[in-house]
Design a protein around this ligand. Structure first.
Ligand SMILES: Nc1ncnc2c1ncn2[C@@H]1O[C@H](COP(=O)(O)OP(=O)(O)O)[C@@H](O)[C@H]1O
Ligand SMILES: [Mg+2]
Length: 303
């Protein structure tokens, strides 16, 4: 959607708020919507001219080197090596308990690795946690966040945490509300959103920032209805094509096969296979699908 179309569709209260943020002088009575849209457009164009160069991600955007995580005696992740470049969707696949969630939680700095190095956009998650976290967008497997904020409050709050200029947040929030058909839920409390809608709210929160993104998504398709899943996959591919680096964990193989450029297959904390679908097929000439490769690598194909 063009900026103008997006502004024309913006609800009146959001448009007024945007105008106020942009310091457009508003004479109290009888302001016309079309006039307001023009003024906002002019102001935004002025700002765009001043804008600094677009964000470039370093390559690899995500890197885990020799990363190990133990819980007591249990090794959840063992000497993991994983890289995601800008312009790539990498699938972290494996059965339950493989170590996928643990990997993403280490990557996002929620838990600490016992050993190894983790970098996000070149920043070490241990030495430069703020910079690393600033660059990553994370959707957890079981999102829990501020049940007593509305989706709108949550989204604008995250935008502030990430220092997104207010006007940018307002415009981008509206763009993604439209894309996700989220209008009916935007003023709903987080605590009563369904999993799919909560995930949309979290995604809109991330997308108030400017692309390209570094995304870590834990089972993002699980819990979405078919249309929601289709839309999300389409969006992720588009972000990938525009230079984002995306790591997706999933135990649903159709999702992985359909979405990812490359796979890292984990089982009980170990990487048991990696590569593109063609590379994996070359290792298992008999296998006809990712499912058969996966089963062969994670305990064998049931007889
Ligand atoms: N906080 C924790 N304390 C103890 N064990 C954990 C913890 N988190 C994960 N584990 C264990 O680590 C292993 C990997 O878990 P997880 O990363 O959640 O796997 P996946 O996401 O692939 O299903 C499992 O055996 C799990 O029980
Ligand atoms: Mg998990």
């Amino acid at each position: 959607m063009t900026m103008r179309a997006s502004l024309e569709r913006m609800p009146g209260d959001e448009l007024l708020r945007l105008a106020r943020v942009l310091k457009i002088p508003i004479v109290k009575r009888n302001i016309k919507r079309s006039w307001l849209v023009e003024e906002v457009m002019k102001e935004l164009e002025k700002r765009n001219e001043r804008k600094i160069s677009p964000i470039r991600l370093v390559t690899p955007a995500i890197s885990l080197d020799n990363v190990t995580k133990r819980f007591g005696k249990k090794v959840a992740v063992r000497k993991l090596n994983l890289k995601v470049n800008p312009g790539e969707i990498v699938g972290l696949v494996g059965p339950n308990g493989a170590g996928k969630t643990t990997t993403l939680r280490m990557l996002t700095g929620i838990i600490r690795a016992n050993s190894g190095n983790i970098k996000v956009d070149g920043y070490d998650i241990r030495d430069k946690p703020i910079q690393a976290k600033e660059r990553i967008g994370y959707i957890p497997e079981k999102p829990t966040c501020y049940p007593s904020l509305t989706a709108r409050e949550y989204i604008m709050f995250t935008a502030r945490i990430y220092s997104v200029p207010h006007e940018t947040a307002l415009i981008r929030m509206r763009e993604f509300i439209e894309l996700f058909h989220f209008d009916e839920f935007i003023d709903t409390y987080i605590g009563i959103l369904s999993k799919g809608n909560l995930q949309r709210a979290l995604l809109i929160g991330i997308f108030t920032r400017e692309p390209p993104y570094i995304l870590a998504l834990d089972e993002p398709i699980y819990g979405l209805d078919p249309r929601g899943a289709w839309n999300l996959k389409k969006l992720l591919r588009q972000l990938r094509d525009d230079g984002s680096a995306i790591l997706v964990s999933t135990h649903i193989l159709e999702v992985a096969a359909d979405l990812c450029d490359r796979f890292v297959i984990m089982n009980e904390g170990d990487v048991v296979g990696k590569g593109t679908i063609d590379e994996l097929k070359a290792l298992f000439p008999e296998a006809v699908s990712l499912e058969e490769i996966f089963l062969s690598l994670t305990g064998g194909i049931p007889k």
